[in-house]
Design a protein around this ligand. Structure first.
Ligand SMILES: Cc1cc2nc3c(=O)[nH]c(=O)nc-3n(C[C@H](O)[C@H](O)[C@H](O)COP(=O)(O)OP(=O)(O)OC[C@H]3O[C@@H](n4cnc5c(N)ncnc54)[C@H](O)[C@@H]3O)c2cc1C
Length: 412
């Protein structure tokens, strides 16, 4: 297959930029356009809930590349103009400002949009955290010293709680699970995370969902829980997960489900590919469809799609990976943690805040969780690649628990 004469990438962030850079690295000399909804140059999201929120990192430091490096890409950068329609047959994208962009190949990299509580946009003092602008608005609010209520017991909610506690704020975290991240990592590791937050002074209100925001005079004053109780707060962050930002693709002719449905080459249709948080593709190695929400995947999938655009015709078969930083804990997750998976601590000791846990299913290691054991966890990743038999690496006297529901490497 010949390389397309022109490539349009929709979504100018980690995944989209990775495609553009990999194309140029491989010698692609055709016309390249990056279209982004935000007015910022491409920036990195992981620092937003950590160092940007705390003030340890200035917004400019989040840029994925300095302006000079972007210029050397020789790509047309169209920013602040969201795509609103795709004609897949004609390979043509219409934008909010009325542009019409056509290319021989199109890569969709539009990421996620946050789930919201009913009427969320109407209340002052209520935040979400997906973009740099969100992070700066939330930081400005945190600097006023509010009692903060975090709605959401997933990775993002717990990170925000940790950062806000680090800033000395009173923080309550509320969510429906018995422990934070319990459905992803299992109740046992979720329990260690709950302990970490409680020890640092976060008030945990777990096992109960939030029904609505409450307030007066247009400003939120807390939330009402599913059990009717009202939790008061001066500021609320809603971190209840996200969904793929694919509404604009309705009517495009592409198959949409839990993301943009792609084959094993990340191809959604002839000449149309998807990467990053918005892409659902067939993972040949795992024999299943998958959508990942993490930084590493955005890059790796971007490089894989660039290779396929240049005619390599390779399936994309990564070992999923994400990390989260909370207080002084770095937690890393490799592989898959399927429904009903067994969990066993194989190195370190949770009581000392350092351990590696393996997740296993059908007699094989499928996932690894490292807690402040970066190198050991990375080495154990090989078990996931090899499908190492569970009994070969888990001592018979290891404590074995179970994961609740299926989870892939989804940061959100
Ligand atoms: C606060 C935060 C912290 C995170 N921390 C971690 C972490 O610690 N570890 C980890 O592994 N992952 C983390 N992640 C996840 C990681 O940042 C994402 O997986 C990664 O950014 C995905 O890249 P992407 O390019 O697919 O999507 P995104 O980075 O979301 O980029 C999508 C881009 O598309 C644009 N867009 C959307 N719709 C349109 C449209 N219609 N037209 C044009 N452009 C559009 C958006 O404005 C956005 O710029 C974090 C995410 C957030 C939000």
């Amino acid at each position: 297959m010949n390389a397309p004469a022109s490539v349009l990438v929709v979504g100018a962030s980690a995944g989209g930029l990775a495609v553009a850079e990999a194309l140029r690295r491989e010698g692609y000399a055709g016309r390249l356009t990056l279209l982004g909804a935000e007015r910022h140059l491409p920036y990195d999201r992981p620092p937003l809930s950590k160092k940007v929120l705390s003030g340890a990192m200035q917004p400019e430091a989040t840029l994925l590349r300095p302006a000079t490096a972007l210029a050397s890409l020789e790509a047309e950068l169209v920013l602040g103009d969201p795509a609103v329609r795709l004609d897949a047959g004609a390979r043509e994208v219409a934008t909010a400002s009325g542009r019409s962009l056509r290319a021989e190949a199109i890569v969709l990299a539009t990421g996620l949009e946050p789930r919201r509580l009913p009427g969320q946009g109407q209340w002052a003092g209520v935040h979400e955290l997906r973009t740099l602008d969100d992070a700066l608005a939330l930081r400005a609010e945190l600097l006023t010293g509010p009692r903060l209520l975090v709605v959401g017991d997933g990775v993002l909610g717990t990170e925000i709680a940790a950062t806000a506690r680090g800033m000395g704020l009173a923080v309550t975290l509320v969510g429906p699970q018995a422990a934070p991240l319990a459905s992803q990592l299992g109740p046992q590791i979720g329990g260690y995370l709950a302990r970490l937050h409680a020890d640092r002074g976060v008030e945990l209100r777990l096992g109960v969902g939030v029904e609505a925001l409450v307030g007066a005079g247009g400003r939120a004053s807390g939330v009402r829980l599913a059990n009717g109780e009202v939790l008061p707060a001066d500021a609320v962050v809603v971190a209840m997960g996200s969904r793929p930002a694919i509404g604009w693709l309705a009517g495009s002719g592409l198959q949409l489900g839990d993301g943009i449905v792609c084959d094993s080459r990340c191809r959604a249709a002839d000449g149309i590919y998807a990467v990053g948080d918005a892409a659902w593709w067939h993972h040949e190695g795992l024999g299943t469809g998958l959508r990942l929400e993490n930084r590493t995947n955005a890059i790796e999938q971007g490089m894989a799609v660039a290779a396929n655009l240049l005619g390599k015709d390779r399936p994309y078969t990564p070992v999923p990976y994400y990390w989260t930083d909370q207080y002084d804990a770095k937690i890393q997750v490799y592989g898959l943690l399927p429904a009903g998976a067994e969990v066993a601590i194989v190195e370190g000791d949770p009581a000392r805040g350092q351990f590696v846990a393996l997740h296993g299913s059908r007699g094989k290691v499928t996932g690894v969780v490292g807690w402040n054991m970066v190198k050991a966890a990375r080495l154990r990743r090989q078990h996931v690649i090899d499908g190492t038999p569970w009994t070969e690496v888990v001592p018979t006297d290891a404590h074995v628990g179970q994961v609740g529901i299926a989870s892939a490497a989804r940061y959100g």
